[in-house]
Design a protein around this ligand. Structure first.
Ligand code: PHE
Length: 435
């Protein structure tokens, strides 16, 4: 139970509520959502199971685990580079994740002080652009969020976090349901649902298929060793399949709910789904602002979202911190301050992407867009590809069936997905979208 809570805490975060709606919006909705769901089931699920079983077998940080198992299975110590790529991906992701998490912190205060009470769409939008346009303001909230994350990881207060997740996820669900009710009453619910679920495959490019694949990896926290690092603490008797299924279900459910709550509001207020990273910050405060008790609900909502981001930040730092502790024999506190400091500095690249450097674009867009593209769309899928190849082809059948227990239908299904469907699927999408 503790493991499921920890992994759920890592999975449920900004990826579900902030990122999923805006990425779906930018990629045209319907067909994107279907591809995303297919990626979650056919690729996300086997990758997650592979990561957990590797983590439990190695019982070390992801770098050392991949090195150890690579040798144990008669392959090569070089598999450690898969762990190494995960460490780097976690650092890069948190560098911008923390900036957005900082926005949610600021929105707690804005909500509580009634900034959004009865505000118009224009006012809510102006509040957002004024805020992110000020690099000192979002630099400060990024700093506060990183300090909070370093504090928790350094002290290793995982137990407190389990308690937090136990309360946070149901509470978040209840608030999402409340928003859903509001959306259903907005008169635009049908339009929102149609946008999300009516597939128009003509609009689907390889680029948006890759975005869906990247989103599946990002939201499930897979492909970078976070789940592997948690798997190192998993007791022998726990079912990896059961735990993975529980996490995947909770995570996907919350993302879909977020979409269903947000898109009707987008249409009801004449906003555009392709609005980008500001989508959630421009829609939800508006809805809360019109509800009775909105100040209260809005404040609670952003508190919960900040919590969700916080429990995800821990997963993002864990591979790097565990590696520094074990490899360089540092204390947990030293390792966390070191990694946290590095991430804090890198984060200013994303802080400036929304103001001073907003017009400095290359490849995928701003610096923020590029770090996001590189990590979600390249590093995580590549990590997932290598992880499934390792679990499906390098590890012998007995090692994996030992961990997954039994040789029945479920094991056969996993092996089929891990050996063929997932790696080939990832490869096809990466090759077509990137080359
Ligand atoms: N899954 C988290 C989210 O959706 C982000 C994350 C990615 C956390 C990778 C840990 C590792 O917000």
């Amino acid at each position: 139970m503790a493991f499921v809570l920890a992994v759920t805490g890592s999975a449920v975060g900004l990826g579900n509520i902030w990122k999923f709606p805006y990425i779906a919006g930018q990629n045209g909705g319907g067909a994107f959502v279907l591809v995303y769901l297919a990626c979650v089931v056919l690729i996300g699920m086997p990758v997650m199971m592979s990561e957990i079983l590797i983590g439990r077998r190695g019982r070390r940080n992801p770098v050392a685990t991949m090195e150890l198992l690579g040798k144990e299975e008669g392959s090569s110590a070089n598999w450690k580079w898969v762990g190494g790529m995960g460490v780097v991906a976690g650092i890069l992701i948190l560098s911008y994740y923390s900036v957005i998490a900082g926005w949610t912190l600021a929105y707690i205060v804005k909500s509580a002080t009634g900034v959004f009470a009865g505000a118009s769409a224009e006012a809510v939008g102006a509040e957002f652009s004024g805020f992110v346009g000020n690099w000192k303001a979002i630099g400060l909230t990024h700093t506060i969020f990183m300090a909070l994350s370093v504090f928790v990881v350094a002290r290793g207060v995982e137990r407190g976090l389990e308690q937090a997740v136990r309360f946070m996820v149901p509470a978040l669900l209840i608030l999402m349901l409340l928003l859903l009710l509001y959306s259903i009453n907005s008169g635009y619910f049908g339009q929102g649902v149609a946008f999300m679920f009516t597939p128009n495959f003509e609009l689907l490019t390889w680029g948006s298929v890759l975005a869906a694949l990247g989103q599946a990896f990002f939201t499930l926290s897979i492909g970078m060793g976070a789940v592997m690092a948690y798997g190192a603490y998993l007791p022998e008797e726990t079912s990896i399949t059961g735990a993975s299924a529980a996490v995947v279900t909770a995570d996907t459910g919350i993302a879909i709910l977020a979409g269903l709550a947000i898109f009707p509001l987008v249409f009801a207020n004449g906003l555009t789904p392709a609005d980008g990273p500001g989508l959630v910050f421009n829609t939800l405060p508006l809805a809360f602002g019109q509800m009775s008790g909105g100040v209260f609900f809005s404040t609670i909502f952003f508190v919960l979202l900040s919590f969700a981001a916080w429990t995800s930040a821990i997963g993002l730092m864990e591979p790097a911190v565990a590696w520094i502790v074990e490899h360089f024999h540092k204390t947990r506190a030293q390792a966390t301050v070191l990694i946290g400091g590095l991430i804090w500095v890198l984060g200013f690249g994303s802080v400036l992407s929304f103001n001073v450097l907003a017009d400095t674009t290359f490849l995928a867009g701003t610096l923020f867009d590029n770090v996001d593209y590189l990590t979600s769309n390249i590093m995580l899928p590549l990590g997932g590809l290598l992880i499934t190849v390792f679990a499906g082809w390098v590890m012998c059948r007995n090692s994996t069936s030992d961990e997954l227990g039994n040789s029945g239908m479920l094991f056969k299904a996993w092996r089929m997905l891990a050996r063929f469907i997932a790696p080939i699927g990832i490869l096809i999408v990466l090759v077509n979208a990137v080359l």
